[in-house]
Design a protein around this ligand. Sequence first.
Ligand code: URA
Length: 435
Amino acid sequence: MRAVDVIIKKRDREELTTEEIQFFIAGYTRGDIPDYQAAAWAMAVLLNGMTPRETTDLTLAMAHSGDVLDLSGVVKIALDKHSTGGVGDKTTLVVLPMVVAAGIPVGKMSGRGLGFSGGTLDKMESIPGYRTDLTTDAFLEQLRSVGIVLTGQSADLAPADGKLYALRDVTGTVPSIPLIASSIMSKKIAAGAQGIVLDVKVGNGAFMQTLDDARVLAELMVTIAERVGRRAIALLSDMNQPLGFAVGNALEVREAIDTLHDGGPADFREHCLMVAAHMLILGGAARNEAEGRALAARTLADGSAWAVFRRLVAAQGGDVAYVDDPSRLPAARLQEPLPAPSDGYLAALHARTVGEAAVVLGAGREKKGDPIDHAVGIVVHKKVGDPVATGEPVLTIHANDPARLAEARAMLAQAVQISAEPVPPLPHFYGVVGA
Ligand code: URA
């Protein structure tokens, strides 16, 4: 078999066989197939698509390009969740403790933020001492003994995806639904997940800008899961404005802690309850959404989810004094409100621009490996549809550098739109796929 023939076949819109896909991915992972051929192939896939069968074969080929964790000896069912990325998305920090408090142990490997979208590891590292570099053995041991783990990727999971994703990033081949679906699902499968809740974001602060595209991606990922004997359900959720109020690492940890104390912003709490409910259904602890939500809500009300979060922080070397008293978490020196320019109703708070302003402040990174500032970010005070009065703060900028503050302020002023007429609130969810 020759790589060029596989490229030509996809260029000519033909369906690739399982063997051809395995050959191509194995060859690329080993370095036998060079980047230029993989780039041509990725562009052919972007332009001509793949069938669900081809996408499933691609997912499995990438999942098996490195280690595949088997958690079956440690937990009854390995649950996972995945968000396609967004602004202010600190859901994992609340949902994992809820699910664990409801009786299902969860070990999760998360990622870092890149571009305008934040990452769970960066948020947790706002807590002094918290370690995100557990070995696979330490991961398994903590899952067994503590029942919860939240760390970075330890094992060499889906290296083919790592290599291909970096190539797609610089060849204009990221926005391909089969390539995105196989990329996400290969990592989940390699991490041992048997039941997966996928949180597919839709809107200007998300990969998927339209509901139609988000639904196609969600359906494809659920289909892949079914074809490989896993269970998945996908929520389609809004990402046109930030989730909750806080954007920025320590700010988001504080908001997660408020939520774990049975408070927090209404939209964020609602989001966590939905994700947790569906994890509890997949895990067999709830029969339906209502039961799952009630069980999840109870873990917030009775303090058990908070107790689990504390246990997690302690187990991974974090100083619990900082989460017990979140005012000790890193805080920015400069805090500046952005006032509403007129009376009316908040019509838009452009999520992507808010995320990009957070990167300018130092909360995120432009490229892999850049340092970040855990203290800085943005706290919004209004959601789309809320009434606002002239001069009332729409958001507060938390900065450590006056020049960055000025740049972020100019961007954020563009992110805010006020309408003289009433504006309906944005929905939290647009649907559920695979329930
Ligand atoms: N996230 C991923 O993990 N892969 C993609 O291709 C896109 C988003």
